[in-house]
Design a protein around this ligand. Structure first.
Ligand SMILES: [Zn+2]
Length: 372
């Protein structure tokens, strides 16, 4: 049963709201079979108290802000005339034995608003990724992409993962089936990080390079509120002569402030990754509670009351990684670089205050529309 949307809904799309109302009017007119049906129909639309026209007048016109009153007035007047005519035609048609839909002098009305087809919007994760990528593009980074089905060589070996590293286990990694006869380095898998694109790019492009790599990655994780077998990463890599840990810190501090707001602080803590040495985790001060760990009298959940949120892993590229692309100008005695990687899904969760990752992938338009 049609109900009159409130003013905010009306103002967000007056054409669609008007069209919806007229559609309901036509449908209800068509359902009129008897005179008592018609009376109910008439009163529902035209009763001075609580009729749909009266509601439209109150909700869309009288409550409208001054600058929208004129337009709303025109629409409401037009609707009033249409409703009155439809109600009258419906009675005439009923008495003449003509089906209500064809009653009166109704013809194809080319002045009726057309069917409004909403255009899509970026998915909140894609939007978050584009925003992060934009920060690095502004620093002169170019975007690189690579295949989602990778070889063991690009996903692990060339990134300095030892042969027995736990990440190579099927517990963690999704391998393509039936490849036992292939050499380990040629076996295919769904890439577990976007890092293979770093090696692939260094094979193609000589230093200096500054690249940012957004993309989908896969791990053998059952879906839950914070995990998904498919998720999104953004990595970056800068290689040049004399790149230091100071460059890494300055770049990432700037990027975090550009993305989360100039008031966030950054902090680096030692960590370990096979492909960087030294390695660090970057924390930003909690942008939900401002670093206090509390929201009013409640504990702050996003930062678990610590005031800090871990955002990414980073470090100086391990010289062993450069050995794999040494022939293309990446001599570890001459160049140095830093790399970083972050999970875009988690940042989107934090940014939009969503507590279940699965909501992003179920693609319920009612949920996604909130971020459009
Ligand atoms: Zn917090």
């Amino acid at each position: 049963m049609y109900t009159v949307p409130d003013l905010n809904e009306y103002l967000s799309d007056p054409i669609q709201q008007t069209a919806d109302l007229l559609t309901a009017l036509h449908e209800e007119a068509e359902a009129v079979r008897t005179e008592s049906d018609w009376k109910v129909f008439r009163d529902r639309w035209m009763a001075r108290k609580g009729g749909i026209l009266a509601q439209v007048n109150d909700l869309w016109l009288r409550a409208a802000p001054p600058d929208r009153k004129r337009e709303a007035g025109k629409r409401v007047n037009d609707l009033k005339a249409r409703v009155e005519k439809k109600v009258e035609d419906s009675l005439q048609g009923l008495r003449a034995g003509v089906p209500a839909a064809h009653a009166g002098s109704e013809r194809l009305d080319i002045t009726l608003p057309g069917i409004h087809r909403p255009i899509g919007a970026e998915h909140p994760i894609i939007k978050t990724m584009n925003e992060i990528v934009a920060v690095f593009r502004n620093l002169g980074y170019s975007v690189q992409e690579g295949p989602e089905i990778e070889t063991d060589y690009y996903n692990f070996e060339s990134l300095n993962f030892p042969p027995n590293h736990p990440a190579r286990d099927t517990q963690d990694t999704l391998f393509i089936a039936n490849q036992q006869t292939k050499a380990l380095r040629e076996q295919l898998l769904l890439r577990t990080h976007t890092s293979p694109v770093q090696i692939r790019t260094m094979e193609k492009i000589k230093p200096p390079i500054r690249i940012v790599i957004p993309g989908k990655v896969y791990r053998n994780d059952p879906p839950d509120a914070s995990h998904s077998p498919m998720f999104h990463q953004i990595e970056g890599l800068a290689v040049d002569t004399n790149i230091t840990f100071g460059d890494l810190k300055g770049t990432l501090d700037h990027a975090m402030k550009a993305f989360f707001g100039s008031s966030v602080k950054t902090s680096f803590r030692p960590s370990f990754f096979p492909f960087t040495e030294p390695s660090a985790e970057l924390m930003v001060s909690c942008f939900v509670c401002g670093g206090s760990g509390r929201r009013g009298s409640d504990p702050c959940r996003p930062c678990k009351q610590t005031g800090w949120i871990e955002i990414l892993g980073c470090g100086m590229v391990d010289p062993n990684v450069f050995e794999f692309v040494k022939d293309n100008g990446y001599d570890p005695s001459k160049v140095s670089g830093f790399a970083f990687g972050m999970g875009a899904d988690r940042i989107a969760l934090l940014k939009y205050g969503v507590d279940d990752l699965q909501l992003f992938f179920q693609n319920d338009v009612r949920f996604l529309r909130q971020f459009a």
